[in-house]
Design a protein around this ligand. Structure first.
Ligand code: IPM
Ligand code: MG
Length: 371
Protein backbone atom coordinates (compact mmCIF):
# COMPACT_ATOMS: atom_id res chain seq x y z
CA UNK A 1 0.00 0.00 0.00
CA UNK A 2 1.06 3.58 -0.64
CA UNK A 3 0.51 5.94 2.26
CA UNK A 4 1.29 9.58 2.95
CA UNK A 5 2.21 10.31 6.54
CA UNK A 6 2.39 13.82 7.96
CA UNK A 7 5.12 14.08 10.60
CA UNK A 8 5.03 16.69 13.33
CA UNK A 9 8.16 16.28 15.40
CA UNK A 10 7.19 19.06 17.82
CA UNK A 11 9.16 20.03 20.91
CA UNK A 12 11.48 18.55 23.53
CA UNK A 13 12.07 14.83 22.97
CA UNK A 14 9.41 14.78 20.22
CA UNK A 15 11.97 14.73 17.36
CA UNK A 16 14.18 11.98 18.76
CA UNK A 17 11.38 9.57 19.70
CA UNK A 18 9.47 10.17 16.46
CA UNK A 19 12.64 9.52 14.48
CA UNK A 20 12.65 5.98 15.90
CA UNK A 21 9.05 5.46 14.82
CA UNK A 22 9.94 6.55 11.31
CA UNK A 23 12.78 4.04 11.25
CA UNK A 24 10.31 1.37 12.36
CA UNK A 25 7.76 2.40 9.72
CA UNK A 26 10.49 2.30 7.09
CA UNK A 27 11.46 -1.25 8.03
CA UNK A 28 7.81 -2.26 7.95
CA UNK A 29 7.44 -0.67 4.52
CA UNK A 30 10.52 -2.48 3.24
CA UNK A 31 9.54 -5.88 4.64
CA UNK A 32 5.86 -5.74 3.73
CA UNK A 33 6.31 -3.94 0.40
CA UNK A 34 4.49 -0.76 1.31
CA UNK A 35 5.46 2.74 0.30
CA UNK A 36 5.34 5.35 3.02
CA UNK A 37 6.16 8.95 2.19
CA UNK A 38 6.60 11.56 4.89
CA UNK A 39 5.90 15.24 4.90
CA UNK A 40 7.17 17.25 7.84
CA UNK A 41 5.12 20.04 9.39
CA UNK A 42 5.64 22.49 12.24
CA UNK A 43 3.68 22.79 15.47
CA UNK A 44 4.35 23.92 19.04
CA UNK A 45 7.18 26.00 20.50
CA UNK A 46 9.37 25.28 17.50
CA UNK A 47 6.65 26.65 15.21
CA UNK A 48 6.39 29.78 17.37
CA UNK A 49 10.15 30.25 17.14
CA UNK A 50 10.17 29.81 13.36
CA UNK A 51 6.90 31.46 12.32
CA UNK A 52 5.38 33.19 15.36
CA UNK A 53 2.40 30.82 15.11
CA UNK A 54 2.04 27.55 17.10
CA UNK A 55 0.04 26.02 14.22
CA UNK A 56 0.87 27.45 10.80
CA UNK A 57 -1.89 27.00 8.14
CA UNK A 58 0.60 25.00 6.10
CA UNK A 59 0.59 22.32 8.84
CA UNK A 60 -3.18 21.91 8.66
CA UNK A 61 -2.94 21.63 4.87
CA UNK A 62 -0.23 18.97 5.06
CA UNK A 63 -2.22 17.00 7.66
CA UNK A 64 -5.44 17.10 5.67
CA UNK A 65 -3.60 15.85 2.58
CA UNK A 66 -2.16 12.83 4.43
CA UNK A 67 -3.43 9.34 5.35
CA UNK A 68 -2.25 9.61 8.95
CA UNK A 69 -0.32 11.95 11.23
CA UNK A 70 2.55 10.97 13.46
CA UNK A 71 3.18 13.48 16.22
CA UNK A 72 5.94 13.75 18.85
CA UNK A 73 5.34 16.09 21.77
CA UNK A 74 4.51 19.67 22.58
CA UNK A 75 5.58 22.17 25.21
CA UNK A 76 8.53 24.21 26.35
CA UNK A 77 9.43 25.25 29.90
CA UNK A 78 9.88 28.86 28.81
CA UNK A 79 6.07 29.10 28.49
CA UNK A 80 5.05 26.92 31.45
CA UNK A 81 5.87 29.43 34.14
CA UNK A 82 4.74 32.45 32.24
CA UNK A 83 0.97 32.77 32.74
CA UNK A 84 1.02 36.05 30.83
CA UNK A 85 2.30 34.51 27.57
CA UNK A 86 -0.15 35.38 24.79
CA UNK A 87 0.98 32.63 22.45
CA UNK A 88 1.57 29.12 23.83
CA UNK A 89 2.79 25.92 22.15
CA UNK A 90 -0.22 23.91 23.42
CA UNK A 91 -2.57 26.20 21.48
CA UNK A 92 -1.16 24.57 18.34
CA UNK A 93 -2.20 21.07 19.38
CA UNK A 94 -5.62 22.18 20.63
CA UNK A 95 -6.29 24.02 17.40
CA UNK A 96 -5.16 21.07 15.32
CA UNK A 97 -7.51 18.73 17.24
CA UNK A 98 -10.36 21.14 16.61
CA UNK A 99 -9.57 21.85 12.96
CA UNK A 100 -9.25 18.16 12.12
CA UNK A 101 -12.27 17.29 14.31
CA UNK A 102 -10.29 14.69 16.23
CA UNK A 103 -13.06 14.20 18.74
CA UNK A 104 -11.98 10.88 20.24
CA UNK A 105 -8.68 10.26 21.93
CA UNK A 106 -8.06 6.56 22.46
CA UNK A 107 -5.58 5.60 25.15
CA UNK A 108 -5.02 1.88 25.77
CA UNK A 109 -3.64 0.99 29.20
CA UNK A 110 -1.89 -2.28 29.88
CA UNK A 111 0.70 -3.52 32.30
CA UNK A 112 4.08 -5.03 31.54
CA UNK A 113 5.46 -7.75 33.73
CA UNK A 114 9.02 -6.55 33.17
CA UNK A 115 8.14 -3.05 34.36
CA UNK A 116 6.11 -4.01 37.42
CA UNK A 117 8.91 -3.08 39.78
CA UNK A 118 8.59 0.52 38.58
CA UNK A 119 5.03 0.95 39.74
CA UNK A 120 4.37 1.86 43.36
CA UNK A 121 1.41 -0.56 43.29
CA UNK A 122 1.32 -4.11 44.59
CA UNK A 123 1.64 -6.81 41.88
CA UNK A 124 -1.78 -8.32 42.65
CA UNK A 125 -3.44 -5.01 41.74
CA UNK A 126 -1.81 -5.13 38.32
CA UNK A 127 -3.15 -8.57 37.41
CA UNK A 128 -5.48 -8.66 34.37
CA UNK A 129 -5.30 -4.93 33.76
CA UNK A 130 -6.20 -4.15 30.17
CA UNK A 131 -8.49 -1.24 29.48
CA UNK A 132 -8.89 1.61 27.09
CA UNK A 133 -9.78 5.22 27.77
CA UNK A 134 -12.00 7.09 25.33
CA UNK A 135 -11.41 10.74 26.06
CA UNK A 136 -13.54 13.36 24.32
CA UNK A 137 -11.03 15.70 22.71
CA UNK A 138 -12.62 18.70 21.05
CA UNK A 139 -15.15 19.98 23.59
CA UNK A 140 -15.66 20.72 27.25
CA UNK A 141 -13.75 23.17 29.39
CA UNK A 142 -10.71 23.05 27.08
CA UNK A 143 -12.63 24.83 24.34
CA UNK A 144 -15.23 26.89 26.22
CA UNK A 145 -15.10 30.68 26.45
CA UNK A 146 -12.45 31.99 28.77
CA UNK A 147 -12.57 35.31 30.56
CA UNK A 148 -10.36 37.37 32.80
CA UNK A 149 -11.85 40.41 34.48
CA UNK A 150 -10.38 43.82 33.64
CA UNK A 151 -8.68 44.05 37.03
CA UNK A 152 -7.25 40.53 36.61
CA UNK A 153 -8.81 39.16 39.80
CA UNK A 154 -11.51 36.84 38.41
CA UNK A 155 -11.19 34.23 35.67
CA UNK A 156 -13.65 31.77 34.13
CA UNK A 157 -13.50 28.74 31.84
CA UNK A 158 -16.80 27.64 30.42
CA UNK A 159 -17.57 23.93 30.05
CA UNK A 160 -20.10 23.05 27.40
CA UNK A 161 -21.20 19.85 25.63
CA UNK A 162 -23.90 19.19 23.07
CA UNK A 163 -25.84 15.94 22.62
CA UNK A 164 -24.22 15.48 19.20
CA UNK A 165 -20.72 15.81 20.65
CA UNK A 166 -21.45 13.19 23.28
CA UNK A 167 -23.25 10.82 20.91
CA UNK A 168 -20.49 10.53 18.34
CA UNK A 169 -17.79 9.48 20.81
CA UNK A 170 -20.21 7.33 22.83
CA UNK A 171 -21.04 5.27 19.73
CA UNK A 172 -17.35 4.73 19.05
CA UNK A 173 -16.72 3.67 22.65
CA UNK A 174 -19.67 1.26 22.67
CA UNK A 175 -18.50 -0.29 19.39
CA UNK A 176 -15.05 -0.82 20.89
CA UNK A 177 -16.55 -2.36 24.00
CA UNK A 178 -18.49 -4.80 21.82
CA UNK A 179 -15.19 -6.03 20.38
CA UNK A 180 -13.62 -6.33 23.84
CA UNK A 181 -14.93 -7.42 27.24
CA UNK A 182 -18.29 -5.72 26.62
CA UNK A 183 -18.16 -3.34 29.53
CA UNK A 184 -18.32 0.44 29.38
CA UNK A 185 -17.80 2.79 32.31
CA UNK A 186 -18.87 6.39 31.97
CA UNK A 187 -16.76 8.64 34.18
CA UNK A 188 -18.39 11.95 35.05
CA UNK A 189 -19.36 14.24 37.90
CA UNK A 190 -23.13 14.01 37.45
CA UNK A 191 -23.76 14.76 41.13
CA UNK A 192 -22.47 18.30 40.54
CA UNK A 193 -22.13 19.24 36.88
CA UNK A 194 -24.90 19.88 34.36
CA UNK A 195 -22.68 18.78 31.48
CA UNK A 196 -22.10 15.47 33.27
CA UNK A 197 -25.84 14.97 33.66
CA UNK A 198 -26.21 15.42 29.92
CA UNK A 199 -23.46 12.85 29.34
CA UNK A 200 -25.33 10.37 31.54
CA UNK A 201 -28.63 10.97 29.82
CA UNK A 202 -27.16 10.52 26.36
CA UNK A 203 -25.14 7.44 27.31
CA UNK A 204 -28.15 5.84 29.02
CA UNK A 205 -30.15 6.33 25.84
CA UNK A 206 -27.46 5.02 23.52
CA UNK A 207 -26.89 2.00 25.77
CA UNK A 208 -30.23 0.66 24.50
CA UNK A 209 -28.62 0.17 21.08
CA UNK A 210 -25.80 -1.91 22.56
CA UNK A 211 -27.63 -4.40 24.74
CA UNK A 212 -24.65 -6.77 24.87
CA UNK A 213 -22.54 -4.11 26.62
CA UNK A 214 -22.80 -3.70 30.39
CA UNK A 215 -22.70 -0.05 31.39
CA UNK A 216 -21.73 1.41 34.71
CA UNK A 217 -21.26 4.94 35.94
CA UNK A 218 -18.59 6.36 38.21
CA UNK A 219 -18.05 9.83 39.54
CA UNK A 220 -14.60 10.99 38.54
CA UNK A 221 -13.29 11.26 42.10
CA UNK A 222 -14.29 7.66 42.75
CA UNK A 223 -12.92 6.60 39.35
CA UNK A 224 -9.55 8.15 40.22
CA UNK A 225 -9.48 5.96 43.30
CA UNK A 226 -10.75 2.81 41.54
CA UNK A 227 -8.05 3.06 38.85
CA UNK A 228 -5.45 2.56 41.56
CA UNK A 229 -7.45 0.26 43.83
CA UNK A 230 -9.02 -2.15 41.35
CA UNK A 231 -8.00 -1.34 37.76
CA UNK A 232 -8.87 -4.83 36.46
CA UNK A 233 -12.58 -3.95 36.69
CA UNK A 234 -12.33 -1.65 33.64
CA UNK A 235 -12.73 -2.45 29.98
CA UNK A 236 -13.71 0.74 28.14
CA UNK A 237 -13.77 4.03 30.04
CA UNK A 238 -15.65 6.85 28.37
CA UNK A 239 -15.18 10.36 29.64
CA UNK A 240 -15.07 14.05 28.81
CA UNK A 241 -12.00 16.03 27.87
CA UNK A 242 -10.52 17.25 31.19
CA UNK A 243 -11.35 14.14 33.20
CA UNK A 244 -9.80 12.02 30.44
CA UNK A 245 -6.62 14.08 30.48
CA UNK A 246 -6.23 13.61 34.21
CA UNK A 247 -7.14 9.94 34.57
CA UNK A 248 -5.03 8.85 31.61
CA UNK A 249 -1.84 10.20 33.21
CA UNK A 250 -2.93 8.50 36.40
CA UNK A 251 -3.53 5.22 34.55
CA UNK A 252 -0.03 5.30 33.09
CA UNK A 253 1.25 4.49 36.58
CA UNK A 254 -0.20 1.02 36.04
CA UNK A 255 2.04 0.46 33.01
CA UNK A 256 5.12 1.29 35.06
CA UNK A 257 6.07 4.31 33.01
CA UNK A 258 4.37 7.21 31.26
CA UNK A 259 6.85 6.60 28.44
CA UNK A 260 5.05 3.39 27.42
CA UNK A 261 1.60 4.74 26.59
CA UNK A 262 0.53 5.37 23.00
CA UNK A 263 -2.57 7.13 21.78
CA UNK A 264 -4.71 7.66 18.72
CA UNK A 265 -6.91 10.67 18.06
CA UNK A 266 -9.63 9.96 15.57
CA UNK A 267 -12.58 11.85 14.16
CA UNK A 268 -14.03 12.97 10.89
CA UNK A 269 -10.86 13.45 8.91
CA UNK A 270 -7.33 12.07 9.13
CA UNK A 271 -6.23 10.43 12.41
CA UNK A 272 -3.29 11.47 14.59
CA UNK A 273 -0.99 9.21 16.60
CA UNK A 274 1.16 10.35 19.52
CA UNK A 275 2.65 9.05 22.75
CA UNK A 276 0.81 10.40 25.79
CA UNK A 277 4.02 11.63 27.43
CA UNK A 278 4.96 15.24 27.14
CA UNK A 279 8.04 16.96 25.78
CA UNK A 280 10.35 15.94 28.71
CA UNK A 281 12.59 18.98 28.15
CA UNK A 282 15.26 17.76 30.60
CA UNK A 283 16.06 14.89 28.23
CA UNK A 284 15.86 16.84 24.98
CA UNK A 285 18.67 16.04 22.53
CA UNK A 286 20.37 13.58 24.90
CA UNK A 287 19.26 10.38 23.16
CA UNK A 288 18.05 8.96 26.49
CA UNK A 289 14.24 9.15 26.21
CA UNK A 290 12.09 6.04 25.86
CA UNK A 291 10.85 5.81 22.26
CA UNK A 292 8.38 2.98 23.00
CA UNK A 293 5.32 5.19 23.53
CA UNK A 294 5.94 6.69 20.11
CA UNK A 295 6.68 3.33 18.47
CA UNK A 296 3.50 1.84 19.96
CA UNK A 297 1.64 4.87 18.59
CA UNK A 298 3.09 4.00 15.18
CA UNK A 299 1.66 0.50 15.71
CA UNK A 300 -1.76 2.07 16.30
CA UNK A 301 -1.24 4.04 13.09
CA UNK A 302 -0.58 0.80 11.21
CA UNK A 303 -3.74 -0.75 12.69
CA UNK A 304 -5.67 2.30 11.55
CA UNK A 305 -4.36 1.82 8.01
CA UNK A 306 -5.62 -1.79 8.15
CA UNK A 307 -2.12 -3.20 8.52
CA UNK A 308 -2.86 -5.41 11.50
CA UNK A 309 -0.11 -7.92 10.84
CA UNK A 310 2.44 -5.14 10.59
CA UNK A 311 1.15 -3.55 13.79
CA UNK A 312 1.37 -6.74 15.74
CA UNK A 313 4.97 -7.38 14.77
CA UNK A 314 5.87 -3.88 16.00
CA UNK A 315 4.21 -4.66 19.35
CA UNK A 316 5.98 -7.99 19.47
CA UNK A 317 9.30 -6.19 18.90
CA UNK A 318 8.60 -3.84 21.81
CA UNK A 319 7.76 -6.79 24.07
CA UNK A 320 10.94 -8.52 22.95
CA UNK A 321 12.99 -5.42 23.87
CA UNK A 322 11.34 -5.24 27.28
CA UNK A 323 11.92 -8.88 28.07
CA UNK A 324 15.58 -8.53 27.09
CA UNK A 325 15.92 -5.34 29.12
CA UNK A 326 16.74 -3.17 26.14
CA UNK A 327 15.27 -0.20 27.90
CA UNK A 328 15.93 3.50 28.40
CA UNK A 329 17.56 5.18 31.38
CA UNK A 330 14.32 6.11 33.15
CA UNK A 331 13.47 2.40 33.27
CA UNK A 332 16.90 1.01 34.12
CA UNK A 333 19.43 3.61 35.22
CA UNK A 334 22.37 1.19 35.36
CA UNK A 335 21.97 -0.77 32.14
CA UNK A 336 20.29 1.58 29.79
CA UNK A 337 20.10 1.76 26.03
CA UNK A 338 19.90 4.99 24.10
CA UNK A 339 16.76 6.13 22.30
CA UNK A 340 18.31 5.38 18.93
CA UNK A 341 19.74 2.00 20.01
CA UNK A 342 16.26 0.90 21.11
CA UNK A 343 14.88 2.06 17.75
CA UNK A 344 17.62 0.08 15.96
CA UNK A 345 16.96 -3.05 18.00
CA UNK A 346 13.27 -2.92 17.28
CA UNK A 347 13.98 -2.52 13.56
CA UNK A 348 16.49 -5.35 13.63
CA UNK A 349 14.01 -7.64 15.37
CA UNK A 350 11.29 -6.85 12.83
CA UNK A 351 13.64 -7.45 9.91
CA UNK A 352 14.91 -10.76 11.27
CA UNK A 353 11.43 -11.98 12.12
CA UNK A 354 9.98 -11.16 8.73
CA UNK A 355 12.90 -12.51 6.74
CA UNK A 356 12.94 -15.61 8.92
CA UNK A 357 16.58 -15.12 9.89
CA UNK A 358 15.74 -15.89 13.49
CA UNK A 359 16.49 -13.82 16.52
CA UNK A 360 18.71 -10.82 16.80
CA UNK A 361 22.10 -11.59 18.31
CA UNK A 362 21.54 -9.46 21.28
CA UNK A 363 24.62 -10.56 23.22
CA UNK A 364 26.51 -8.29 20.86
CA UNK A 365 24.47 -5.34 22.04
CA UNK A 366 24.68 -5.90 25.76
CA UNK A 367 26.65 -3.32 27.62
CA UNK A 368 28.82 -4.27 30.55
CA UNK A 369 26.83 -4.72 33.72
CA UNK A 370 27.78 -2.70 36.74
CA UNK A 371 27.61 -4.96 39.79
C1 IPM B 1 -2.43 15.47 26.49
C2 IPM B 1 -1.71 16.72 26.92
C3 IPM B 1 -2.39 17.93 26.30
C4 IPM B 1 -3.80 18.00 26.85
C5 IPM B 1 -1.65 19.27 26.51
C6 IPM B 1 -0.24 19.21 26.01
C7 IPM B 1 -2.40 20.41 25.91
O1 IPM B 1 -1.65 16.80 28.30
O2 IPM B 1 -2.53 15.23 25.27
O3 IPM B 1 -2.87 14.72 27.36
O4 IPM B 1 -4.03 18.52 27.93
O5 IPM B 1 -4.70 17.52 26.15
MG1 MG C 1 -2.36 15.10 29.30
Amino acid sequence: MKKKIAVILGDGIGPEVTEQSIKVLNIIAKQFKHEFSYEHALMGAIAIDKTGNPLPDETIKICLASDAILFGAIGDPKYDNDPTAKVRPEQGLLKLRKELQLFANIRPVKTYETLQHLTPLKPRILENVDFIIFRELTGGIYFGDKTLSADGTVATDNCSYSVAEIERIAHLAFQYAQKRKKKLTLVDKANVLETSRLWRKVVQKIAGEYKDVTVDYLFVDNAAMQIILNPAQFDVILTENLFGDIISDEASVLAGSLGMLPSASVGNTVALFEPIHGSYPQAKGKDIANPMGSILSAAMLLDHLSMQKEASIVREAVDWCLSNKFVSKDIDALNSYSTSAIGDLICEYIEKQVTGEGHVHHERLHKSTII
